[in-house]
Design a binder for this molecule. Structure first.
Ligand SMILES: Nc1ncnc2c1ncn2[C@@H]1O[C@H](COP(=O)(O)OP(=O)(O)OP(=O)(O)O)[C@@H](O)[C@H]1O
Ligand SMILES: [Mg+2]
Length: 302
């Protein structure tokens, strides 16, 4: 069973797919077995960034039930130890699978025989994206050092934290109804911090309440700042996500990497070939390889 690394962003076009593909390649180069999973249902393009032709069945065929087993969808990428589960963006209606299919995909992803399973998610905060992101308590969140990206990332965290909390209570439970009322009544700046509300509610909701609170407290998102230009004030701007998340949600994200804007990335997209393979000495590649070393040293085989 591998370490699952979901990659999300809130705002689109900030580099999730580029990060997921090249992080996978960097980890495989360190001797780890990696499965990259294109979970951008409806907008799959991970194969393109990897330079792999899209002629295999992907997750769409599982959702459309022409395939039943996730592990039959795994294809080689041409790089040693690096595998791909493609997405199938050509099939209609794939973007919102039933909850039961999602549950099954999540269960099967967790049992793939790899050291790392990296999930490239779609943009936004839909429950499909959020549910996959919550497969790990420390999923990646890619931001760029600009206000809209920071605000979208915050919204994403808010949705995810709330979803995680809510999932701990069954339908019909009074605590769930209270949590929904809390969400409906929240106004930015006025609402009680989610974590404080959760502490109050958990006090009244017995064992389930305690579990919900523990799940919320274990959330430790890992932030990647991409497209950094090295301008003055950029680190502070990116750091604002941490400040708002702490103040309003009680969540304290960890900043794990800053990746520069690098023309080598654009050239690699045009080729197409992962930048790490095409230009291993480019600043982006070196920064990403550093992150991979950190991950490979810290976790890996479970
Ligand atoms: N560090 C970088 N330097 C230069 N260009 C970059 C960098 N990161 C990403 N890009 C450019 O941004 C584009 C979008 O990246 P990518 O497709 O990875 O974003 P995304 O978050 O996956 O988008 P979507 O939300 O549409 O899935 C890429 O085509 C690439 O050209
Ligand atoms: Mg993408």
């Amino acid at each position: 069973m591998g370490t699952v690394i979901p990659v999300a962003s809130g705002k689109g076009g900030v580099g999730k797919t580029v990060v997921a593909a090249n992080l996978g390649l960097a980890l495989s180069a360190l001797g780890k077995t990696v499965v990259l999973v294109d979970l951008d249902l409806g907008g799959a393009n991970l194969h393109t960034v990897l330079g792999v032709r899209n002629r295999h069945a992907g997750l769409g065929s599982l959702i459309w039930r022409t395939e039943t087993k996730l592990d039959t969808l795994v294809v080689a990428t041409g790089y040693p130890r690096l595998y791909l589960i493609p997405g199938d963006s050509l099939l209609p209606g794939t973007a919102n699978p039933d909850y039961s299919i999602k549950r099954r995909i999540m269960r099967d992803l967790g049992t793939l025989p790899a050291d790392f399973v990296i999930l490239d998610l779609g943009a936004g905060s839909s429950y499909t994206v959020v549910d996959f992101w919550l497969m790990a308590p420390d999923g990646f969140l890619v931001v760029v050092p600009e206000i809209p990206s920071i605000l979208n990332a915050y919204s994403f965290l808010k949705t995810a934290a709330f979803r995680l909390f809510l999932r701990s209570f069954p339908r019909g439970d009074e605590a769930r109804a209270q949590a929904l009322r809390h969400a409906a009544g929240s106004r930015e700046g006025k609402a009680q911090r989610l974590l404080d509300f959760a502490v109050d509610l958990a006090g009244q909701a017995g064992e389930r309440g305690a579990q919900a609170l523990e799940a919320l407290r274990s959330l430790k998102p890992r932030v990647i700042v991409n497209l950094a230009e090295g301008r003055a004030g950029e680190p502070e701007l990116a750091g604002r996500l941490g400040g708002i998340a702490k103040a309003h949600l009680g969540i304290d994200p960890e900043y794990v990497a800053t990746l520069p804007r690098d023309p080598a990335v654009s050239s690699s997209i045009a080729r197409p070939e992962p930048v790490l393979a095409m230009s291993p000495q480019a600043p982006f590649s070196l920064a990403l390889a550093g992150l991979a070393r950190q991950l490979a040293g810290g976790s890996g085989q479970k």
